[in-house]
Write a protein that binds this ligand. Sequence first.
Ligand code: RI2
Length: 325
Amino acid sequence: MKLMSVPETADKIKSMEIRGAGRIARAAAEALRDHALSLKVKNLQAFSSEMEKAAEILVSTRPTAVSLPNAVHIIMTGLDQAKDIEEARFRLVQRADGFIDSSRHAVENIAQFGARHIRDGDTILTHCNSEVALGCIIEAHRSGKEIEVFATEVRPRNQGLITIRTLNDAGIKTNFIVDSAVRSFIHDVDLVIVGADAVTVNGAVVNKIGTSMVAHTAKEARVNMIVAAETYKFAPRTVIGEFIQIEERGPDEVLPEAVRKTLPNVTVRNPAFDVTPAEFIDLIVTEAGAIPPQMAYIIIKEYLGWDITEFAQGFDAPVGFNGQQ
Ligand code: RI2
């Protein structure tokens, strides 16, 4: 397999050739690991500073999915405690491989846990393309439950096309609808399942633009809404009141320049994500189990290993994935 350089991976994440909050985190982990393995420098200080630069390039690609800085933080932790380059390299590679493995296991466990909340005969609505949300749906189907899915188109990047291809290939009966048709079909739906790019300490979920509209519609129709999210999508810095930055992407994704030129008074706005408040979400399914959104702090503290006291000591306290030091 060809190794991808850090700038190559960063470009692919930016352009969304590599996309999905979990996948971009694993891609960043691979890029950091490969960079560490190929780095030829004279001393530990140079090694750390080169790795820091690479980490910064990767983290700056997409600002919303907190899986990315969380993964990078986990992998970079402890570099300064190594006694030489070889130890630093070894630790980093171990952490990167550990993160990739944990991430894959988390996706599998969430599929198992999430599928339990899907009943035989259920019709499920999903928005965008989330590997964990789809994992739950596919696992329910695999375990013999008869289910049907409504999948939205997801303007402007049409991730719904990836979703319907996956569902089709799994042999699941699927209805493809435009985003604005959600309210027209919500009474045919028993359960909404979506993924997450970030979960805040107060249980709000940041996910693909349109998710909050789906959530409002589901709430109005008394349809339950489940969010499938690995623990590394919970955002530690929201504990100290930081907001999640919502990525606004370029106008070309929505309207070609040739058309925009004819409309001098029109500005295209293209936020990639929106925020769904906790009260619109019934359950967040993580690899550590299913929790009500209001318990998000427990995940940040117990599973990511972040505690409010650590912020007082400075943000770089050595913590790791699932709280391992
Ligand atoms: P998984 C995606 O963002 C979608 O918003 C999706 O719901 C979320 O990441 C989580 O995806 P984008 O990369 O990690 O399409 O569950 O902007 O695959």
